[in-house]
Structure formats: structure tokens, C-alpha cells
Ligand binder design. Sequence first.
Ligand SMILES: CC(C)(COP(=O)(O)OP(=O)(O)OC[C@H]1O[C@@H](n2cnc3c(N)ncnc32)[C@H](O)[C@@H]1OP(=O)(O)O)[C@@H](O)C(=O)NCCC(=O)NCCS
Length: 185
Amino acid sequence: MLVGFGGHAKSVADCIELEGKYHIVGYTDVKASSDRYRYLGTDDALEAIFAGGITNAVVGIGYMGKGTIRQHLYRKLKDIGFNLPIIIDSSAVVSSSAVIDEGSFIGKGAVVNAEASIGKMTIINTKALVEHECIVEDFAHVAVGAVLCGQVKVGEAAFIGANATIIQCRNVNAGAIIPAGEVVR
Ligand SMILES: CC(C)(COP(=O)(O)OP(=O)(O)OC[C@H]1O[C@@H](n2cnc3c(N)ncnc32)[C@H](O)[C@@H]1OP(=O)(O)O)[C@@H](O)C(=O)NCCC(=O)NCCS
């Protein structure tokens, strides 16, 4: 089941379908918005959905450096008992020595290199590059095409905009927003 079905959810759903490991039974959202998947109700229905035997949940709501909805949903889903699978597109390259925590999404063509550590509920979006020994903390989003050079640390819920580059060994503070195309030296 997908929780939230906006634009980001469509990318996530596509990766899930291409991988074929999970079947998408439907989605929750404030209202029905897709003919492709079954609408299961609002988030108020989550407990009943879990009781009905659906135990895997993937948050489909993206994050652009504002709000705390992904954190809120994480706590709600965990309290109910949901399992939060890691979704990795089959075109992504993830080192065998990288560690990725629950609920995270690694999009098409992304690279997560040796000994990188990816926290829970993070988004490593399409064609993002997370180099060796980077640390991306919980709820952070590395947007499309962004580059983290080696040993960068991205704090909790920080947002690295599209095509931004963070040079090696720099720290990005928790909650920071790095604009699209910015180079952080
Ligand atoms: C940085 C950002 C969050 C600012 O958004 P905002 O708060 O709505 O700000 P505005 O668009 O009103 O811009 C405010 C100022 O910052 C400048 N600015 C905005 N984005 C910028 C960028 N990427 N690089 C340099 N300057 C930027 C604007 O020119 C404007 O300057 P001004 O005050 O001199 O006119 C937004 O521009 C951005 O980069 N978002 C990331 C988008 C992205 O990566 N999407 C990927 C999704 S996967």
C-alpha cells in the first residue's frame, strides 16, 4: 500500500512495479486521484487496513524541505505496526557495503557508493549520487541529479535540491534547504 499518491508516489510505484517483489494493493490519500490503483480511503483508515491484513506501507509523499508530514506518517505507521520496506529501483547501483534503513527510496539510476549510510525514510531520488562514506540522516531528501561527494554528512530532514553538489567532507545541517543547482564548498 502507498500512503499518499502525489507525483513522487508515481515514481515510487513505478519502481515497485518494475521490481515485481511487491504487489500494490492501493493507496490512501485525502481523496481518490488515480485510476491505476485502488483508493483505500484517508489516513484514518490505516488501522483498519492493517487489521485487514495489509502490513507493508510505503510513504509516497515527497519532501521539499518544508513540513514534517513524512515524520508524522512514519510514527503513525510504526505505531500501528506496519512494516516499511526499502524500495530500490532495479537501475540504481547500491554498494554491498552501504547501509540503508527502513522506508527509504532509492530512485532510477541513483548511485549509493561504498560504506554510505542512508537513514530511515530518506529519498535518494532519480540519478542522485551519494559517494563513499556519506551519511544521509533520517527523513533527508537528496533530489534528482544531486551529487554528494565523499564523506558528506546530510543532517536529519535536510533537502538537497536538484543538481546541487556538496563537495567532500562537508556537513549539511539538519533541516537545511540547499537550492537546486547550488554548489556547497
Ligand atoms: C531554494 C528554493 C527552495 C527557494 O524557493 P522559494 O522559497 O519559493 O523562493 P523563491 O523562488 O521565491 O526565490 C527567492 C530568491 O532566491 C533565488 N533562488 C531561488 N532558487 C534559487 C536557486 N536554485 N539558485 C539560486 N538562487 C535561487 C530567487 O532568484 C529569488 O531571488 P530574489 O529574491 O533576488 O528575487 C527553490 O528555488 C529551490 O531550489 N527548490 C528546489 C527544487 C528542487 O530541487 N526540486 C527537486 C524535486 S525532486
